[in-house]
Design a protein around this ligand. Structure first.
Ligand code: CU
Length: 255
């Protein structure tokens, strides 16, 4: 379908895809819409034929033709579509993350998103709900006694390298929030008490809005963050700068 200069398909009203898995989902969505549209048109034609035929009092159609054959055909059609959708979304996004995928933890709270990277040691430090204090620079509740947490990087922006798989662990500390990035064809609830993993590969460098898609309270409308997808070299430079900041903060706090 024709794309505008901003990358929006006018016919389908979809934002330009920026993930490795997005094209297959877009194609499946379009296939579903074409099938629904075709069936709508076909059933209207059949309705008209039925109305005209009844007036002419032709012989009745056999029950097998009228009921069972369409029933079996629709069951097979929608069963196949549902099975394919389940494979594309539930199976591919939630299982089988690459062992080398980058680990990032996402925390949703009324009304902000925070992103945590494990730092140079590759291990997340412990967190505790009782230690959460956004006003004091500890929005995810990092435990200062845990040495693994000393190099953890906490950011209000999600920054990722292009063409590298990322494994997100979604958390929520108060109510259910909806983590959504339309350009990455990604949407998953963050549920208190759970760490929901979803993995994907961003492909197009750029800046994208991260939205909350669950009405989570009076400030829901402003619960937004930004995803920046960078080249690998730019990402490495950003990560080094953040690691230095985290180290200086830990030294300053006497950790
Ligand atoms: Cu929210």
């Amino acid at each position: 379908m024709q794309q505008s200069s901003a990358g929006v398909s006018y016919f389908w009203h979809l934002p330009a895809n920026a993930s490795a898995h997005g094209l297959a989902l877009d194609n499946h969505l379009k296939l579903n819409l074409w099938i629904a549209f075709s069936l709508l048109a076909l059933l209207h034609v059949l309705l008209m034929v039925g109305l005209i035929a009844r007036r002419r009092a032709i012989r009745p159609v056999h029950k097998l033709t009228l009921e069972y054959i369409p029933l079996i055909a629709f069951t097979a059609l929608f069963g196949t579509l549902a099975f394919q959708a389940q494979r594309l979304w539930a199976l591919e996004r939630y299982t089988g993350a690459d062992p080398g995928a980058m680990q990032v933890e996402v925390t949703g709270m009324q009304f902000a998103w925070y992103f945590r990277y494990p730092g140079a040691d590759g291990t997340f430090g412990n967190t505790s709900l009782s230690l959460i204090a956004p006003g004091e620079g500890n929005p995810v509740g990092l435990d200062p006694k845990d040495s693994y947490g000393r190099d953890d990087i906490v950011s209000s922006q999600l920054v990722l390298p292009a063409d590298h798989e990322v494994d997100l662990a979604l958390r929520a500390v108060d109510v259910i929030h909806g983590f959504a990035i339309p350009e990455l064809r990604l949407k998953q609830n963050a549920v208190p008490g759970q760490a929901v993993h979803v993995h994907f590969t961003p492909t197009a460098p750029g800046t994208y809005a991260i939205l909350c898609t669950q009405v989570c309270g009076s400030g829901h409308y402003r619960m937004q963050a930004t995803l920046r997808v960078l080249s690998q070299a730019e990402f490495d430079a950003w990560l080094s700068a953040e690691e230095r900041k985290a180290h200086d903060a830990a030294v300053g706090a006497g950790r």
